[in-house]
Write a protein that binds this ligand. Structure first.
Ligand code: LMR
Length: 397
């Protein structure tokens, strides 16, 4: 027997919530678990811009032969422009490029493998807390994982603690930063905080890896890129993982990229040759469809305009849900306690609810959220915020 010694590991705590929610027969249930956007009908829609781009592709596509190791060239160029800005000098100087990956998670996996193979001995610093898959991707790649404080037990941003920890990082270590819409907390750094982090990164010669999974869901497509562009302008070398899952609604198409900024065009080619080699051994060549859709949208002014409107509408809905929930908590005397929900950004909120309260919410009210108290606010139902607020009030009593 070959499999005798293999034991069972628990299912993924975030994806597992999708199954549990689907099985719950209560019609009044709430899905605040996995990070997907939902509209007023409770659906995760295919954006109209995506639908139109898909139709064009179906009519035009003549081949499904492989795309190259770095993926679709137009996608890479257009995504670099979206992330770094169309007028970025890095693009003119050919100091930045994108390698298409299966989703943002694929980009993180590629970055981890790149660090292991090409930057041996480097540790990586993650925020405490962070997305659980950050922990396991980098640990599985054999990197030494350390943590900088980010949000403490008082459910507040701890920038002082963060900076103090990064001061102690060994020279050359990698520091993973969330560009916007921090997952899981929803607490983002201010511009001044970012400048302070940049200062430590420069002084300690750290390599920043910025995870950019929610461009457009915080304050706007351009606004959310502020820190990424600051770092791109100020440090000679930078890694960025970009995801098209949320802002293009392409979740299951697995569309993302690892962007590299290097000191000069020659060094970029060296690094990209390594990325193509590593990717070839991970997934060979990336899936095409989602990236082709993104390239079609970003390369066509009319489709791009439509898509920007759709991203804006998604962001505005999330903002309304945030303020609406705090408002709905008012009659229960809880609007001060949960005021942070309206101040956080993106889909997620570290609510401050305890694991016991999260359990009670699920058992008594069919409200599903991650055990740490992370709620996907974008999964809430605007018309039933009073019901959700009453449920929260019940478990807070
Ligand atoms: C989340 O954190 O819920 C999302 O990033 C989806 C995922 O893959 O976990």
């Amino acid at each position: 027997m070959h499999f005798q010694a293999i034991t069972r590991v628990p299912g993924d705590p975030i994806l597992g919530l999708m199954e549990a929610y689907a099985k719950d027969a209560n019609p009044a249930k709430f899905d605040l678990g996995v990070g997907v956007f939902k509209d007023a009908q409770g659906l995760t829609p295919v954006p109209a811009a995506v639908k139109q781009a898909e139709q064009r592709l179906v009519e035009r596509q003549l081949s499904k032969s492989y795309v190259g190791g770095h993926g679709d060239v137009a996608f890479g160029r257009l995504l670099c422009e979206l992330v770094l800005g169309e007028a970025s000098p890095l693009l003119a100087e050919q100091r930045a490029g994108a390698t298409q990956t299966p989703g943002g998670t694929g980009a993180l996996r590629l970055a981890a493998e790149f660090a292991r193979q090409c930057l041996p001995g480097r540790g990586i610093w993650l925020s405490d807390p962070t997305w659980p898959i950050h922990e396991t991707i980098f640990a599985s790649a054999g990197l030494k994982v350390a943590h900088y404080p980010y949000v403490g037990a008082d459910n507040r941003l701890d920038v002082t603690g963060m900076l103090a920890a990064l001061e102690k990082a060994a020279e050359g270590d990698i520091v993973l930063l969330h560009a916007c819409c921090h997952n899981p907390t929803g607490f983002d750094l201010s511009h001044d905080d970012w400048r302070a982090v940049l200062d430590v990164v420069k002084r300690r010669s750290l390599l920043p890896l910025i995870d950019f999974a929610y461009q457009g869901f915080g304050d706007g497509l351009q606004e959310d890129a502020w820190a990424v562009r600051l770092f791109a302008a100020e440090v000679p070398e930078l890694l960025i993982t970009s995801s098209c899952s949320k802002n293009f609604g392409l979740y299951r198409e697995r569309t993302g990229a690892l962007l590299v900024c290097a000191q000069d065009a020659g060094k970029l080619l060296d690094v990209r040759s390594q990325l193509a080699f590593i990717a070839r051994n991970l997934w060979s060549t990336p899936p095409d469809h989602g990236a082709a859709v993104v390239a079609e949208i970003l390369g066509d002014p009319t489709l791009k305009r439509l898509w920007i409107e759709e991203v804006d509408a998604m962001r505005q809905r999330i903002a309304r849900l945030r303020t609406g929930l705090v408002e709905a908590l008012k009659p229960h005397g809880l609007s001060d306690r949960f005021a942070h929900i309206a101040e956080q950004r993106g889909m997620f909120s570290y609510t401050g609810l305890s694991p016991e309260q999260v359990k009670a919410l699920r058992e008594r009210h069919s409200v599903y959220m991650v055990g740490t108290g992370r709620a996907n606010v974008a999964g809430a139902d605007e018309a039933r915020l009073d019901v959700l607020a009453a449920a929260i009030a019940d478990v807070c009593r």
